[in-house]
Design a protein around this ligand. Structure first.
Ligand SMILES: *[C@@H]1O[C@H](CO)[C@@H](O)[C@H](O)[C@H]1NC(C)=O
Length: 144
C-alpha cells in the first residue's frame, strides 16, 4: 500500500515532526488525501479506506492489531511512536483492540462530515485538520 494514507503518515509525518511542524494542517491533509484517493476522483471511497487498512494487516487475519500498526509506523519512524498509538486509539472506534470492518465503517462515518455516505476531499481535510490540532500535545507545536 505505498499510496496509503498511513504510509504517507509514516513517511511524511516524521519528516515534518522532526521540524515539529505539520502546519498548515490543511495542506498536510491535502497531501494525505491525494495519496489515498488512488483513482483520483476526489472522493475517498470505502474501498480505498479498506485498502489502506488492509496494508497494515501483516499476518493477513483480516484485522489490524495495535502491534501491527505501531510496528509499521515504528519501522518507518520511531519518532512517531506516541502519535501512532493515539491514531490507533482513534481508528479503534469500538475499543476492542482490533481494527476491522466495524471500525472502518465508524471511522468512515466520522470523516463523512455531512453524513451523505461519501467522503469528499473537503471533509477529509476538515477532519484531519481538527485531528492534528487535537494531537498537538503529542507532536508539539512551535507557534509558527
Ligand atoms: C489551506 O488553508 C489556506 C488558508 O485558509 C488556504 O489558502 C489554502 O487554499 C488551503 N489549502 C487547502 C489544500 O485546502
Amino acid at each position: 500500500m505505498t499510496s496509503s494514507l498511513f504510509l504517507l503518515l509514516a513517511l511524511v509525518l516524521p519528516a515534518l515532526t522532526l521540524a515539529i511542524d505539520l502546519k498548515p494542517y490543511n495542506e498536510t491533509a491535502h497531501g494525505m488525501f491525494i495519496s489515498t484517493d488512488s483513482n483520483m476522483d476526489g472522493v475517498l471511497s470505502r474501498d480505498e479506506l479498506d485498502a489502506t487498512f488492509k496494508g497494515y494487516d501483516t499476518n493477513g487475519d483480516g484485522r489490524v492489531s495495535r502491534h501491527e500498526y505501531t510496528s509499521f509506523v515504528d519501522l518507518h519512524s520511531p519518532t512517531l511512536h506516541s502519535l501512532s498509538h493515539a491514531l490507533y486509539d482513534i481508528y479503534d472506534v469500538d475499543g476492542d483492540h482490533h481494527l476491522d470492518k466495524h471500525d472502518y465503517d465508524n471511522f468512515y462515518a466520522l470523516i463523512d462530515g455531512d453524513g451523505d455516505g461519501t467522503v469528499e476531499e473537503i471533509e477529509f481535510i476538515k477532519y484531519w485538520s481538527v485531528l492534528f490540532v487535537n494531537l498537538e500535545h503529542l507532536h508539539g507545536h512551535n507557534g509558527r
